[in-house]
Design a protein around this ligand. Structure first.
Ligand code: SAM
Length: 312
């Protein structure tokens, strides 16, 4: 079909994100002691070769999401719940825990086929020199149906975000407090859902949580040329995606979060994130890792991605 991509290809986008992050971490863009536990370290290096622009984009996305989450945690004295939607193999929970950050609860949601793989990576034997992910849990991990894991204040559950009942049932197993400040993360996730599905998901969040915030990172400013390049790139890695539902503008992004009931909404494209939001010293450090001949390609790429921060 050309309006909805098949679920299998959507799940595979996580493998791609994980490999890109692993590659950028190895190049020194940022520090992540945990990503190697989830990445396919035997994938051959030539295959993993990436343009510096891609690694810089991944760095900015990871740094910006983490910054919004940390600021929210600080604002509410760490008495905050974090809910990562379409979490894939993301490692933010472990990065926060290892830096001594406390939080009330961290919940991750993805398709059960993805969460069950993540669970296997979390629980697999720890070889020499690699890190035991279970060490960050505040109590023994309990696994149910191969797809859900509960360990103290960390929860990983399998659900289709387009199915409100299924999602609510799974979230109910995580004993969330609907009155606590709760920050949702969707990093390259909403774009894979229809506009109707993502709108009802946002509305459901505002209806169910008294103090919700949302960090959304994704492609936007659709142009046929850009969509084609993106679909082609993924296609070369065996991922068939068609007709992604991109918001066409910053105004449209703002509108959908306001319509859902978020009071404050801020939209930055990733050029603005580079120039105004991220730490200037870090920006010049990463710009020097693989010296770019010209900035034009990077700027063009970054103009097609945005980060939205919305809150109650
Ligand atoms: N957020 C992670 C990151 O940035 O590394 C993973 C990003 S990956 C591009 C998109 C993820 O969203 C995949 O893991 C996919 O399975 C998940 N996803 C997309 N649509 C979903 C849905 N309807 N229900 C649950 N998960 C979904």
């Amino acid at each position: 079909s050309n309006s909805v991509s098949d679920d299998y290809s959507v799940q595979r986008t996580n493998d791609d994100a994980t490999q890109c992050k692993y590659f950028a971490v190895q190049k020194g863009y940022w520090k992540d002691d945990f990503i190697s536990r989830f990445a396919n370290s035997s994938a051959n290096v030539a295959e993993a070769r990436r343009f510096p622009e891609i690694s810089m984009g991944y760095w900015a996305r990871t740094a910006a999401v983490e910054k919004y989450v940390r600021e929210f945690l600080t604002e509410f004295d760490e008495n905050v719940q974090v809910i990562s939607l379409g979490c894939g193999f993301d490692t933010l929970f472990w990065r926060l825990a290892s830096s001594g950050t406390k939080l009330a609860k961290y919940v991750e949601v993805d398709f059960s086929s993805v969460t069950s793989k993540k669970i296997r990576h979390i629980l697999k034997p720890v070889g020499p020199g690699s890190i035991d992910l279970k060490k960050s849990f505040s109590s023994e991990a309990v696994v149910s149906h191969h797809a859900d894991l509960h360990a103290g204040n960390y929860h990983l559950v399998g659900a289709d975000l387009r199915q409100a009942n299924e999602l609510n049932q799974k979230l109910a197993t995580c004993q969330l407090d609907h009155d606590l400040p709760t920050i949702f993360i969707a990093e390259c996730v909403l774009v894979y859902m229809s506009a109707d599905s993502s709108s009802s998901l946002l509305k459901q969040i505002v209806d169910n949580f008294r103090k919700p915030a949302f960090v959304n990172y994704e492609q936007f400013r659709t142009s046929d040329a850009f969509t084609k390049v993106m679909e082609q790139n993924l296609g070369e890695r065996g991922i068939q995606l068609h007709g992604l539902e991109m918001c066409e503008s910053a105004e449209k992004q703002e509108e959908r979060f306001r319509t859902a009931g978020f009071k404050t909404v801020k939209v930055l494209d990733m050029n603005q994130v580079f120039n105004t939001f991220l730490d200037k010293e870090e920006v010049s450090r990463i710009a020097n890792i693989e010296k770019l001949d010209e900035m034009e390609l990077l700027e063009q790429l970054l103009a097609h991605y945005c980060i939205v921060f919305a809150r109650f």
